[in-house]
Design a protein around this ligand. Structure first.
Ligand code: SF4
Length: 219
């Protein structure tokens, strides 16, 4: 199986390596972009402190002042639409090839998500998506698929529904919505017009609360 996390992928970018070697300025090949810090969940391990205030208030150690992201990031921040479009244009101008849309925050909760992914692909750049998946319905999945996403990773972070609810401070319905988004995106992966290398996966943060069930899940 192809190693999607292989460091050797850099070898495909020999011109960039040559620029770095000769001391020339090299634009980023990929940019990680968090268009919002707003989220519809409130994970105990969220370094950005994202999530609705009423959910976040339930978390005992919610004020992690020493967590760098919580010092620097406003959990309610939303990039204005005009600034987002301007940024897409600037990234294209400097030679960025692909954008990983991610968080701090849930990117699909970004109010201009549709415009963002459309603008990225219209500019000729590729995109990948890290999401909790719970806001991805048929319509959203079809949009993402029709634009030819390169990859998508749905954050699960729990081995069963009980852990999922507890870790994310959400109702049981979020568990099934997250897994539903995996199947919707997987269906889009093979749809006509998809990116030839498109892949869909799930992600797990392992912490002191969920590790026991995670061990069972992987064995
Ligand atoms: S889903 Fe991601 S952004 Fe939202 S609270 Fe959890 S870790 Fe933070």
């Amino acid at each position: 199986m192809q190693d999607v996390y292989s460091k050797a992928k850099l070898a495909f970018h020999s011109a960039a390596l040559q620029s770095i070697r000769s001391g020339e300025q090299q634009p980023p090949i990929v940019v990680h972009w968090f268009p919002t810090n707003v989220c519809n969940q409130a994970c105990v391990f969220c370094t950005f402190g994202s999530g609705p205030d009423r959910l976040r208030a339930k978390i005992l150690n919610r004020r992690k002042e020493r967590w760098k992201n919580q010092q620097l990031a406003d959990p309610h921040a939303v990039m204005p639409k005009e600034k987002m479009l301007e940024t897409v244009h600037c990234l294209k101008e400097i030679g960025v090839k692909a954008i990983q849309i991610s968080g701090g925050g849930e990117p699909v909760a970004y109010p201009f998500f549709d415009e963002m992914v459309s603008a990225i692909t219209a500019a000729g750049m590729e995109f990948g998506l890290v999401t909790n998946g719970t806001l991805i319905n048929h319509v959203k999945a079809e949009l993402i698929g029709s634009l030819g996403f390169v990859w998508a990773r749905v954050s699960i972070d729990a081995g069963n529904q009980g852990d999922y609810k507890r870790v994310r401070n959400v109702s049981a319905g979020h568990w099934s919505r997250a897994w539903k988004s995996v199947s919707l995106l997987a269906r889009e992966r093979v749809r006509a017009g998809h990116h030839p290398e498109a892949s869909v996966g799930v992600g797990y943060v392992v912490d002191r609360d969920n590790w026991g069930v995670m061990l069972k899940l992987c064995s």
